[in-house]
Design a protein around this ligand. Sequence first.
Ligand SMILES: Cc1cc2nc3c(=O)[nH]c(=O)nc-3n(C[C@H](O)[C@H](O)[C@H](O)COP(=O)(O)OP(=O)(O)OC[C@H]3O[C@@H](n4cnc5c(N)ncnc54)[C@H](O)[C@@H]3O)c2cc1C
Length: 521
Amino acid sequence: MLSEIQHSHPLVYQHFSKIQHGDFWLKRIMELDRYWSQVGNRPAPEVIFDGSTLPKDIEISGEFDAIYAGATLGLLHAAALTDLFGKRVLIIDKYTPAKTHRDWNISLRELQRLDTMGFLKLPETEKAITKTYKTGFVEFAARTAKKRLFIDHVLDCAIDSDVILQLALNKVLARKDNVVLAQTAFKRCWKTDGGVVVEVVREGASQFFKAKVLVDTMGVMSPIAMQLNSENGVVRPQTHICPTVGTLASGLEEIDYDIGEILVSTEPADTSRGSGRQLIWEGFPATDTLFTSYLFFYDRVDSDNDKSLLNLFETYFEKLPTYKKPSDKFHIEKPVFGIIPAYHHDGFGKTRVTADDGIVLFGDAASLSSPLTFCGFGSMVRNLERTTSQLARALSLNATSKTDLDAISAYEPNVAIMSNLMKFMCYDARTDEPNFVNELMNEVMKVLDELPPRFRETMFRDEMSLADFTTLILTVGAKYPKIFPITYQKLGISGSVSWLQNWAGWAVRSLSMVKSLIVAL
Ligand SMILES: Cc1cc2nc3c(=O)[nH]c(=O)nc-3n(C[C@H](O)[C@H](O)[C@H](O)COP(=O)(O)OP(=O)(O)OC[C@H]3O[C@@H](n4cnc5c(N)ncnc54)[C@H](O)[C@@H]3O)c2cc1C
């Protein structure tokens, strides 16, 4: 397979030829790149069917409380559901469960939540931490007075994702009647009165299983999410995306292994492939000798930019020396990549469909994590206690209608509103100067620098409060009045109204939470 790209992507060819399983990784990248031909004006995949069409002669191979399709974050969720609430689960993955093509960063205090909820004890999860940093920074390539904003306690633990997922897998397998099937793909499902019947394909043969609930954790390519979020022949499971590629590698120069580089840009927008994209780097020491570096850009899902991960990998290798120079000892342990999903909710609350009768979506399939920080693992950890306890309750009460399950989600208004800020990071050559994103973000970093540290910390940890968000926006407005015409130009009237709706929805939700607290007291 690699030989096919020798001439079209010479740098990817050169580097992947030296990586262990280079062909396999290329196949996974090309598989994800099929996303682009599946969204937009085309028929939605049909994978959810009414029970009346269920073939009569099928044999059910097993019944469970929940079937999880997708064993990355799905595994974490399933493990908590079975470990804490005693529910019986079947987990399938079309590849190998607990093996992923990305590593995660998180803060220690976020990770501690797994312990406080009584699930994975901190001494266990600490085994997955491969490196902790003293601090991290954000810096944009503004032409003058470039601000390097240091941020503590944010994404400062590098996690070996396979290790933490293995802990979850052990929890699942500790209960003898749970089942985990590798190399087993979800094909389709039927909604029946007694639950959901799921057809899976394993070694070319179909098998059928039944559960009260099917949990879709198939990630950004989920055909269920595509079917549920399509309308009038337009498949639109996400509004924005962040194509991301990189490597876990040794032998890069100019690295301080005690500092995380949370967001760094090194040049103006790149207009060589479509109407333009602001390329951004991210770099985290993974151990004392390994460094994870990513190249990515924020974009609308329907922009005319080239969003292919394979092409972005070629750009990554081309531009890497401008970020961190590879020495002659440069060695890639593994590539890391993905299409990180984002959704702008056009209204007062959650507008994305994340459930159907007997079906609920979590993780990237649900696309409810921060559209600004893209911390899907962090979002899963933060919401794990709430979503598993609510799902366990729904299963016990047989309350598994679309309405019941739609209420069980990782939606957080303080996270959802960040899509409005993310839109400023999406470069558009029709309206923006090449240095637009860099100059604007540099100003925002200066404002954050003048505010107490909790503003930047909670913003990058997806924990910002309504009062702090409002203060931040008002301070940016006061110190950088150019933001008003920029907002009008970037968001237009409808986008600005939508932002205000998000804000109002958040305020109403915060008020109702305060009221419930007062009542409880
Ligand atoms: C490069 C990169 C770096 C990231 N870094 C961070 C970070 O530092 N911190 C953080 O919080 N978040 C980070 N994220 C985000 C985070 O990785 C994702 O949110 C998370 O991996 C989503 O997990 P998921 O299980 O929902 O989807 P996925 O990771 O996409 O997993 C989906 C699973 O479903 C399986 N599957 C797909 N289709 C089928 C099918 N038909 N049948 C059966 N199985 C199927 C796949 O094999 C896969 O195992 C990063 C993302 C990327 C791309």
